[in-house]
Design a protein around this ligand. Structure first.
Ligand code: MN
Length: 249
């Protein structure tokens, strides 16, 4: 018995067990197949599944933990204002628009079928949750050999990888993200506009995200102003390579 059948039978059973008054008669009328719509077929109306709710992960470190690469003020505003707003807005949009998705991965994989508000804020929610987790304080961020080997195999050397990633981050015009992704066992670098990500059906860049860098001005402007290149250069020591390795198959 699938869930729909189960719910339908449970509903009929519980209604049958109760003494039918006017209120119950209305309830029953609203939850069964209208007359003439396929006699004997299953009821079409079942209680809706609870709406999907996205959550903001706890920041895995203090606001000042990534200094001097990322200053405490930027981190606090980024997490408590920008990221928190994406989470609030996506959940509002999911509820207001009656978005039905199995889970966050399913939502992202079909994001092109939803509104711009859902797309932008679901991306903003997922991307920042990911970003916080692939960074950590600069002390002890060594490269696991699994990561070094995969990077060498795909890009020739670690320096060449950094150069290519930096290029993607610098050439993303306006707001967006630079990504290292895995595509069928190979690593690739690219970028996405706005809050799109490689898990979205609408994204030109596809793959399993391994590492991301937020290149929206809100991510660096307080400390670096227009100097995105300095932000990118200073960011490497706070990459959490152990977290990248965990995501690498
Ligand atoms: Mn951001």
């Amino acid at each position: 018995m699938d869930r729909k059948q189960f719910l339908s039978r449970s509903l009929k059973a519980s209604l049958g067990a109760l003494v039918a008054g006017p209120a119950l008669a209305n309830m029953a009328a609203g939850t069964t197949t209208p007359e003439g719509e396929g006699a004997g077929g299953p009821p079409t109306a079942v209680p809706p599944a609870p709406a999907l709710q996205l959550a903001q992960v706890p920041l895995p470190y203090a606001y000042d933990a990534l200094e001097p690469a990322i200053d405490a003020a930027t981190m606090e505003i980024h997490y408590t204002k920008h990221h928190a707003a994406y989470v609030k807005n996506v959940n509002e949009a999911i509820a207001a628009e009656g978005v039905v998705a199995k889970d966050e991965a399913d939502l992202l994989a079909r994001i092109g079928t939803f509104s711009a508000k859902v797309r932008n804020n679901a991306g903003g929610t997922w991307n920042h949750n990911f970003f916080w987790q692939v960074m950590s304080p600069a002390i002890g961020n060594s490269h696991p050999s699994k990561v070094t080997d995969a990077i060498n195999a795909s890009f020739g050397s670690f320096d060449k990888f950094k150069e290519t990633f930096t290029d993607a981050a610098m050439k993303r015009f306006g707001s967006g993200w630079a990504w290292l992704v895995e595509q069928d066992g190979k690593l690739a670098i690219g970028s996405t506009p706005n809050q799109d990500n490689p898990l979205m059906d609408v994204s030109e860049l596809k793959g399993t995200p391994l590492l991301a860098l937020d290149v929206w001005e809100h991510a660096y402007y307080l400390k670096y102003q227009n100097k995105r290149n300095e932000y990118v250069a200073n960011w490497w020591p706070v990459v959490n390579w152990a977290a990248v390795a965990e995501r690498l198959r």
